[in-house]
Design a protein around this ligand. Structure first.
Ligand code: SF4
Ligand code: SF4
Length: 80
């Protein structure tokens, strides 16, 4: 008798965010005027969707899964 236990990751790949993703307007964006470049959101993002651009956090919408973790960790409320 054999049991197949794994496979939990398989469904993950099927979710592809295209450039015209309808939910994109709900995705978080960084207010560059407010961001102090602390990097907390970059460390917190499970998708590694955030990087620095000109010392300000920038979210790659194609990688973002809209988990809102970055929104909750930002100390100056720069991500909306
Ligand atoms: S919403 Fe989640 S996946 Fe998107 S940038 Fe923020 S932490 Fe990363
Ligand atoms: S956590 Fe907030 S202040 Fe820090 S880099 Fe990210 S957006 Fe900027």
């Amino acid at each position: 008798m054999r049991q197949s236990g794994g496979g939990a990751v398989v469904a993950d790949k099927a979710v592809t965010v295209t450039k015209s993703h309808p939910a994109k307007e709900d995705f978080p964006v960084v207010d560059a005027e407010v961001c102090i470049g602390c990097g907390t959101c970059i460390k917190a993002c499970p998708m590694k969707a955030i990087s620095f651009k000109d010392s300000v956090a920038w979210i790659n919408a194609e990688m973002c899964r809209n988990c809102r973790k970055c929104v909750s960790v930002c100390p100056v409320d720069a991500i909306h």
